[in-house]
Design a protein around this ligand. Sequence first.
Ligand code: TXA
Ligand code: MG
Length: 345
Amino acid sequence: MTSDVENVEIDVARAADVLRAGGLVAFPTETVYGLGANASSPDAMRRLYAVKGRPSDHPVIVHLAHADAIDAWAAQVSDHARALAAACWPGPLTIVVRRAAHVLDEVTGGLDTVGLRVPDQPVALALLERFAGGIAAPSANRFGNVSPTTADAVRSELGVDVDLVLDGGPCVVGVESTIVDCSGVANGDGDDVAILRVGGIAREQIEALLGRAITLHTTGDGARRAPGTLASHYAPRARVELTTGDELTQRVADATAAGARVGIIGLRDAVSQAGGVSAAGGPAVDDVCVLVAPRDHDEYARVLYAALRDADARGLDVVIAVPPSDEGLGAAVADRLRRAAAPRP
Ligand code: TXA
Ligand code: MG
């Protein structure tokens, strides 16, 4: 009998071999599951884009085993970038820096910059150590879909198109990394640091680390190359509608009166205020169910994507969600809910 630890080691060794052979490996991170490829192989990168169904001028994040590796992938790393890496890695922060000369156009989407991240997840770190190179990995969903936070969600999303799925259990953060541009290239307005995507590290924490306010550049031209910042993204099949705690009861009544099967997502306080609905995760009552009712913003982030997938598994027509306030991880949750609710192109 082999132990679980030995099994993980065997799987990680096989996964590193698959990456070396140009294959695709889905692996857990603390944020969401990634679809990994050897960042130094143009062929592997082309396969990654094909499976992901993503336009080839969109850049992907390179995952590294140690903060020390930053200089192998970046050029002219600013003090801000070093300070953030030292404080937040391993962790849910992607730092955009000027790229080193060898970094492939297939990785950067032809940009002069590269996004780097050291994930805080033991299986991911074991894989990165074993592979001993950069692993390019977008979230392991098809372009535009909800990111997977479990190995099962990856399998149902990608099926046989992925060569190996490493199972590290459910992701503990649940929303993608925060992306901070420290390259000075993309911001346009002369600001040397900007947040391109809100995510697993709160803006307040980054501002505290750098000792000043940081601009958000999460929409518009600067975000053109960042698909996670497109207006419509992270969307389930069910239509997503946003409301407030005060209006929740009425919105649910309107939707069911129109014949829709409805799932509710909101903080516990907002949902219990609405009343008349079944317990979280319980069976549907009168075509209404509460998909999740998290207690706080961190839990909201952790359960959001599984709840959106659950809505589709239950064949619901509409998800009515009450976004949290922007405090802490609430900003990332509210951002993803807004994009999930945006009209599709
Ligand atoms: O938490 C995460 O970041 C997950 C896990 C797997 O690490 N990855 C992830 O990757 O969310 P993806 O590809 O789904 O989203 C990465 C975002 C994209 O919006 C991409 O355009 C942006 O990062 N990005 C990557 N490199 C960039 C660069 N050089 N400049 C601007 N944006 C960049
Ligand atoms: Mg993604």
